[in-house]
Ligand binder design. Structure first.
Ligand SMILES: Cc1cc2nc3c(=O)[nH]c(=O)nc-3n(C[C@H](O)[C@H](O)[C@H](O)COP(=O)(O)OP(=O)(O)OC[C@H]3O[C@@H](n4cnc5c(N)ncnc54)[C@H](O)[C@@H]3O)c2cc1C
Length: 275
């Protein structure tokens, strides 16, 4: 199918983007890498009157270390963050998760922020942001705000972003001493969205397990360490609480079993990786 007609604006500054969003409201859509939006346009699942391209705005193209962690601008492509994370030890979870995002070709176009904005429940980057306790920096023409990832994802591909807000960046907390990080997923083929994806952060006292692909939004839960008397019960309860459903790709029962097995494996790997 062909998209419905739309106008296109190549923004040169953040102010350009904000002015367009302010003027056009929900009739305008930001386009970043286009790896999710273009198929949606082609299928006419989205029919914006205007696309605002943010990929030529210099100030949005940075990866920066801040007190809160590693801040990734809206114009940073997934391939660039993967390259950064494989050379800098401060984002070990992203170094492990990003190779699972699509293919080299899609990572060369798609952005980290675009994936978070799109909020697919099976997507790896929203899951990592949530599991690490990251934040999003949003900006409206007159004001800016920062919100935790735990408040951003509100439903299936639905977020707390307002129609006139630009997500300027997302911030991933940097790796902490004595902490291990691991990521695993099961999909039909490498490069497909996950049937179940697990991200784990392990310290010497407990673990945090993030799960994507099961519920409408990515989820995260604190669990006891494996070996604790209540570990298996806690993991099993988590698998049930996600309220998995059958779909074309897998049954609810298979997804629950993946949460138990893949979840345990991911936690065990994170424990082994503690530095
Ligand atoms: C073949 C294929 C396989 C893929 N496999 C995977 C996979 O395994 N895992 C995975 O996670 N993804 C996968 N994807 C999707 C890919 O990661 C996309 O790049 C990503 O979901 C969206 O990023 P984008 O930069 O392309 O955003 P776009 O497609 O440009 O935008 C997506 C949405 O986010 C909004 N948006 C973008 N940037 C901003 C911003 N700064 N502020 C506010 N709103 C914004 C847009 O308006 C749009 O609604 C795949 C895509 C393809 C084509």
């Amino acid at each position: 199918m062909k998209p419905a007609p739309f106008d296109y604006l190549r923004a040169e500054s953040r102010e350009d983007v904000l002015a367009q969003l302010h003027e056009h409201g929900d009739q305008a859509r930001i386009i970043a890498g286009g790896q999710s939006l273009v198929p949606m346009l082609s299928m006419r699942l989205a029919k914006p009157a205007l696309l605002v391209d943010v990929m030529h705005v210099e100030s949005l193209s940075k990866i920066e270390a801040t007190d809160a962690g590693i801040r990734v601008g809206a114009g940073v492509r997934q391939a660039r963050l993967l390259d950064w994370a494989t050379r800098d030890p401060r984002l070990p979870l992203l170094a492990k998760a990003l190779p699972w995002v699509g293919h080299a070709q899609t990572r060369n176009r798609g952005t980290v922020v675009g994936s978070v904005a799109h909020a697919d429940p099976s997507a790896e980057q929203p899951l990592c942001l949530l599991t690490l306790g990251g934040t999003l920096q949003l900006r409206h023409r007159k004001k800016a705000r920062s919100i935790p990832a735990s408040e951003f994802f509100v439903g299936m591909m639905a977020t707390a972003r307002g129609d006139t807000e630009l997500i300027e960046s997302v911030t991933f907390p940097a790796a902490q001493p004595g902490t291990g990080y691991a990521f695993r997923e099961v999909g039909r083929r490498h490069g497909d969205f996950a049937i179940v994806a697990c991200a784990a952060v392990a310290t010497h006292t407990g673990v945090r397990l993030g799960v994507g692909g099961v519920a409408d939004i990515p989820n995260v839960r604190e669990l006891p360490l494996p070996g604790a008397s209540d570990f298996d019960d806690a993991l099993n309860q988590y698998a049930w609480d996600l309220e998995a459903r059958d779909d074309l790709h897998a049954t609810a029962r298979y997804r629950r079993e993946l949460v138990r097995r893949l979840g345990r494996e991911t936690i065990e790997e994170a424990l082994r990786c503690r530095n």
